[in-house]
Design a protein around this ligand. Structure first.
Ligand code: SAM
Length: 293
């Protein structure tokens, strides 16, 4: 199949800032449009120009590179903005994946947008999304947390603040801290909480390991390989507790009874003891059991 892009058919791409996703490992994970745009822009602003040169060489992209970081040098941003104001086309890339996602670019994009200049997405690889969609954890709602603080106290505090979050939690983590972070997660979320280590995605040693946090801690302790390469850590959200308006006493009694009796019998007995409605007690027990699975 041959694909002809409007840009290849002689229509020049419009002026503006192109936010171009590049591979997170496998060099073929780049879109046809990304290659076309990178060839046509006036300049490519890159997090690390030497690192990106390998990718550009593979696709015979000869566009000049310029370094860009949000924090190090405001003059770099001013130069890029100046070029954009002159009507140039500029692409922003990072070392891997989607710019701005735990990577430089936010300050540039916000300033460029504020000036009313076009910012055009060229979507593609992102480690968080690649991990999310292969983890087997609920994907209807997820919370991308980026990197946790490296200091243990701050990390534990950040995790404690997410203990009741119902969305799947997605973290970037350095392999050096993986074992400590899993232990801190086990304290914050409980050792039974399901989690996934997605490492070296799209690369030779790709591995997606699922299990309770206690199992993952044991696996990382037993296998040094799990501590190598890049990884995304995902944690299943906190089970939803439907609030049926029952008293805490009724819930405590139900918890004791359902450990010994069929749900209907437990609900009937608890209703007699507490005066609560049998149906509400039964519904609570059903949701409690499905959350625990
Ligand atoms: N902008 C990138 C993206 O779109 O995914 C993320 C850049 S951030 C500086 C780098 C972190 O992303 C790594 O420390 C790791 O947590 C995660 N990461 C990047 N590539 C990965 C890969 N191939 N497999 C697993 N995690 C990866």
């Amino acid at each position: 199949m041959s694909i002809t892009l409007s840009s290849e058919a002689g229509v020049p791409i419009e002026p503006g800032l192109y936010i171009v996703a590049t591979p997170i490992g496998h060099l073929e994970d780049i879109t046809v449009r990304a290659i076309s745009v990178l060839k046509q822009v006036d300049i490519i602003a890159a997090e690390d120009t030497r690192h990106s040169a390998r990718l550009l060489q593979k696709y015979q992209i000869n566009t000049p590179l310029t370094p860009y970081h949000d924090h190090t040098n405001p003059a770099q941003r001013a130069k890029i903005i100046d070029r954009l104001q002159q009507g140039q086309r500029i692409a922003l890339i990072s070392d891997a994946g989607t710019p701005l996602i735990s990577d430089p670019g936010f300050r540039l994009v916000s300033e460029v947008r504020a000036l009313g200049i076009n910012v055009i997405p060229i979507p593609g690889a992102c480690a968080a999304i690649a991990a999310m969609c292969t983890s087997g954890l609920p994907s209807d709602r997820f919370l991308f947390e980026g990197f946790l603080p490296s200091k243990q106290g701050a990390r534990q505090q950040a995790l404690a603040g997410r203990a009741n979050e119902i969305a799947t939690l997605v973290y970037y983590e350095s392999p050096r801290r993986l074992a400590d972070t899993l232990r801190d997660m086990s304290v914050a979320f409980g050792p039974e909480r399901q989690a996934v280590i997605a490492r070296e995605l799209t690369k030779l040693h790709e591995q997606i390991k699922c299990g309770a946090l206690s199992d993952l801690i044991a696996a990382v302790d037993a296998d040094d390989n799990l501590r190598r390469g890049e990884c995304v850590l995902l944690v299943k959200g906190c089970p939803v507790r439907t609030d049926p308006g029952l008293s805490q006493e009724a819930i405590d009694i139900m918890q004791t009874l359902i450990a010994e009796l069929p749900l209907k019998q437990a609900a009937k007995l608890a209703a007699q003891i507490t005066g609560e409605k049998k149906n509400a007690l039964y519904a609570w027990a059903l949701s409690f059991q499905s959350d625990a699975k």
